[in-house]
Structures are given as C-alpha cells and as structure tokens.
Write a protein that binds this ligand. Structure first.
Ligand SMILES: Cc1ncc(COP(=O)(O)O)c(C=O)c1O
Length: 396
C-alpha cells in the first residue's frame, strides 16, 4: 500500500488532504515521495518560521534528547529555567511569568482558565472570524460555525463582536466580562490585520473594566509579522499572551506569557505532563537564538513589504484585495480559492487557504527573495491565466 492509501485507510479522516506525500524539507523547499520539489509558502501553517531541517534546532534537539527528554514540572530543570527567563526577556513589556504547554489550543485553554481564576468572572468577548483552536474552551472563542456546531453546547458565556469595531467592543465589555480574546492579525479568518484603534482600544477597555486582555499570537508570534511579537507594532501589553507554532523551531510547544495583573498563580490550578519538557525547552532556546542571530523578524518585515507590493501589482479580475503584515500575507479573491491553490501546486508552489476565498502565504522566514519571486510569478500566472480543472485531490 502506498503512503496515501495507508493514511486514507488508517488515519482519523479529520483532515482534507492534498494528493502528495511530503517526505523531506530544507529551508523553504519541500520534496514529495516522487521526488518533486516545491517552494513552501505553507510553512507548516506557521510552525516552520525557521525553515525545514534547521541545523541549529536539530543539533539542540539531538543533544538534549540524549541527555533528558521528559521531565514534569514537579522538578526544576536547567533548560526550562533558561527558557522561561528568555521568553520574559523577549516578550512585550509587562510580561513577568510563563506557563508552558504543547500546542496553541492548550495555550488558549490555559489563558481562559487563568482569566477566570484571577477575575472570578466567566464571560468572555471574542471576535467574529476569530480562530483560537479546537478544544472546547478555545472552540467556544472560535467564531466559524462549521467548527463549532457539531460540538454544541460549548462552554457558556462567550459572545463575538465584529473585529475592528471598537464601538461594538465597548458595548460588549461590561463589568461582567472576565476576558477579551483576539488576534493581532486574524489568520484563519482571512489574514485581516487589526487596526491600532481597535487593538489599543481593547486594551484600554479591559484595563478600565477589570477584564483580562488575552492576545492570541499563536500564528503571528516569533517573527512572522516583522517583529518578534505582533503586539510590538501596536505597543500592546497583554495580560495573557498565547504563543505556539514556531516557538520551538517546529517541535510541538505552546506557552502563555503572563503580565502583572495575572501574577503568580496558586499551585495545582493547572498543569500538563509534557508542559515545559526539557526537549522542547532546548529546541525553543535554539529557535529563539536563531531568530535573533539571523534577524528573522527584520527579514520578515523587508521581504513581506516586497512580497505584498509584488502581489499587489498583479492585474487580475479575480483579485479583491492583497493584505497582511510582514510575511503573513493574504490575497482575497472574488471566487473560491481551492482551484487556484490546486493550480499553484501544479506549478510547484504550496500555499494555504484562509476561509473560502483567501489565498494565504506563511513562508518560512528564511526563504530567499529569489524563491519568493518565483512563487509570486506562479501566483500571478494562476490568477491571470484560465484555470485547468485539477484531476483529483483538495487544496484545503
Ligand atoms: C491564531 C491561532 N490560535 C490558535 C490556534 C490553535 O493552535 P494549535 O493548532 O496548535 O492547537 C491556531 C492554529 O492555527 C491559530 O492560528
């Protein structure tokens, strides 16, 4: 049985799949089982900011794996101590402590619990088109019906207001609200940057009315938008900052960075067997060193500006808007995006959707400008030439 048939028979079935098996990666290039090479603008959905097969991260993982892999937080550990200190050092102003976990949705789940604990309030305001993960709390904050409806009833007390609508947020954040949760740039919701007025306004409302501001930087963190954290573009000082994806150079890891209004939490209120394991901590330390020494946030800012201008120059009747921040870029189409993603794959370029009509690009931040230019040429070709229907497969 080949790779695809085997997964189709034995894997859960919860993912729509593309009809290729990726077996190797290097930097911003991927290779499939047939030896075909692709320029990768999916970037493992934001988990591969440092590029595939990053040697610095691989060496840190190998060394730590031989030394100590799993160790619950009931014991202190050298790698964990170094990481939590380092994270506080690179975090936006006001962050004092860190809870370590293993994924984005777990970081959101923890942040929601911590906000409840600290405020004693159970109501949460989230945003329309927001995406925060798929466990029950995070799913309750997520807006998209197709993710939510099969699992209702969800956690009570969540309401959604239009993103970038400060008046709507003002009306929703009463003194019953324990937390406001939002992304700085909505990712899954269509690559929609927040306005400074909305984001800073949300922070002010939270401060005035006793709610915690939870900023979800699971997708925007670790250099993606042209700063280490997207909060920096707006001077945001969240009470709870959720990160994951690229924080350990591709290894599963998440974290909640906590400000002074959260403070030190009481023992036993939350936990995770794998949270803060030395292997992920060592990988994350190497990843942060690499991001800084290679100036990847600055690189994302420069390349992102160039890429967005290049895409913005495409003359196509199907393009509605090009938008983004740093190397988090989307093209909103007037039509469904799937056939265009399939056509792009046929040209050796992998990109991902954000909703039904947005083509999304999250390339590794190490991508060369030449690869980005080749990819942009391919995007232009598929958006300006007649589409040839794909024979099989999806590009979801
Ligand atoms: C903004 C945001 N929050 C949370 C999540 C959930 O992260 P994970 O898939 O690691 O659970 C994602 C995943 O795409 C995300 O983009």
């Amino acid at each position: 049985m080949n790779i695809q048939d085997t997964e189709n028979q034995y894997a859960s079935g919860v993912y729509t799949k593309r009809p290729i098996a990726i077996v190797r990666g290097e930097g911003a290039r991927l290779w499939d089982s047939e030896g075909r090479e692709y320029i990768d603008l999916v970037g493992s959905q934001g988990a591969a900011n440092l590029g595939h097969g990053n040697v610095a991260v691989a060496q840190a993982i190998a060394a730590q794996a031989r030394n100590l892999t799993a160790l619950p937080e009931m014991f202190y550990n050298d790698r964990r101590a170094a990481l939590v200190k380092r994270l506080v050092g690179i975090a936006p102003k006001g962050i004092q402590r860190v809870f370590l976990c293993n994924s984005g949705t777990e970081a959101i789940e923890a942040a929601l619990k911590f906000a409840r604990l600290v405020t004693g309030r159970t109501e949460v305001v989230a945003t329309m088109r927001g995406f925060h993960g798929r466990t029950m709390g995070a799913l309750s904050a997520t807006w998209e019906k197709k993710y939510r409806e099969p699992f209702e009833p969800l956690v009570p007390g969540f309401r959604h207001v239009a993103y970038n609508d400060l008046a709507a947020l003002d009306a929703a954040v009463t003194t019953d609200i324990g937390a406001v949760i939002l992304e700085v740039v909505q990712g899954e919701g269509g690559v929609r940057p927040g306005t400074a007025e909305f984001l800073r306004g949300a922070q002010k409302l939270c401060r005035e009315r006793g709610a915690m501001l939870i900023v979800d930087e699971v997708q925007t963190g670790f250099g993606r938008t042209g700063a280490m954290f997207a909060c920096e573009h707006y001077g945001l000082e969240p009470d709870l900052l959720c990160v994951a994806k690229s924080m350990a150079g591709g290894l599963p890891m998440g974290a909640v960075l906590m400000g002074e209004r959260i403070g030190q939490l009481p023992p036993q209120v939350h936990g995770s067997t794998f949270g803060g394991n030395p292997l992920a901590c060592a990988a994350s330390l190497a990843a942060i060193d690499y991001l800084e020494s290679e100036h990847l946030p600055e690189r994302a800012a420069e390349l992102g500006t160039w890429f967005m201008a290049r895409l913005g120059a495409i003359q196509s009747p199907v393009v509605r808007e090009v938008r983004g921040l740093g190397l988090m870029v989307g093209i909103e189409l007037k039509q469904k995006v799937t056939p265009y993603l399939q056509a792009l794959m046929g040209q050796g370029v992998l990109a991902l959707p954000a909703g039904l009509t947005v083509m999304r690009f999250l390339p590794p931040l190490v991508i060369s400008q030449a690869d980005l230019a080749t990819a942009a040429d391919a995007v232009e070709a598929v958006l300006t030439q007649p589409l040839t229907p794909a024979k099989d497969g999806h590009a979801d």
